[in-house]
Design a protein around this ligand. Structure first.
Ligand SMILES: [Zn+2]
Length: 235
């Protein structure tokens, strides 16, 4: 195998490693984002519960007002009852008052229902706030982890980049730019091996004359189908 091909293979190994690290880097924010998304979902639930709480406080105020009005009516009737002259009138007031007193229970029940509901909402809000704090810590930890991993990968990439430039100096400019173009356009694979007579980059059969050139160590031979540089492995 030609020295140039050897150099290009070495280069490709480094480039593929760099690409792999770059891909890891790109994937890093996704983990933070998904946790952040969960945090926003908790915020949404929390806002809904808080709106419910506000709504029920309004209802409570209304029911309490109704109860007060009702009790005012009872008091008023009692006052009037004290001023009647006949037993019959007294009895009539007594009946009316009894009806209103029995109705008062309904207002009280409604108020109790609201208070119970509020207690449930408060419990949910407390639990959601707890979940929110935990999720916030998770987001922060994930962010820190991602940052440190990104820095770690950046260091590795810089190291590989240094080695890469050293190797790339051994390749003429024209071949290097051809190689880089292939690397970019052929999914990070500029050089492909030949196995069982087929290019391993595109799986197409390599014609006999091309195989012949490869066996003769001709400098650089390209796959007639995908255009990648070919090399033989089992020799
Ligand atoms: Zn091919």
């Amino acid at each position: 195998m030609s020295a140039l091909l050897d150099t290009l293979r070495e280069l490709q190994e480094l480039d593929r490693e760099i690409l792999r690290y770059r891909r890891y880097q790109r994937e890093l924010p996704a983990e933070v984002e998904s946790r952040d998304h969960e945090l926003k979902e908790i915020d949404r639930l929390l806002a809904a519960r808080q709106a419910e709480k506000k709504e029920s406080a309004k209802k409570l105020l209304h029911e309490e007002g109704e109860l007060k009005t009702h009790e005012g009516r009872i008091d008023k009737l009692r006052g009037q009852q004290n001023e009647v002259k006949t037993n019959r009138e007294f009895k009539a007031f007594q009946n009316e008052i009894a009806v209103l007193v029995s109705e008062r229970g309904q207002f009280e029940e409604r108020i109790l229902d609201i208070l119970n509901l509020q207690e449930g909402i408060d419990t949910e809000i407390k639990a959601l706030e707890e979940r929110r704090r935990a999720k916030e810590r998770e987001v922060e930890a994930a962010r820190k982890r991602a940052e440190s991993e990104a820095a770690d990968l950046e260091g590795k990439i810089a190291g590989l980049g240094g080695r890469r430039s050293g190797i790339a100096r051994g390749v003429d400019a024209k071949t290097l730019s051809l190689y880089e173009e292939l690397l970019e356009n052929k999914n990070g694979l500029a050089l492909a091996s030949v196995a069982s007579g087929a290019c391993q980059g595109c799986n197409f059969k390599v014609p006999p004359n091309v195989l012949n050139m490869l066996h003769k160590d001709s400098d650089l031979v390209k796959c007639t189908h995908c255009g990648r540089f070919l090399f033989l492995v089992d020799r």
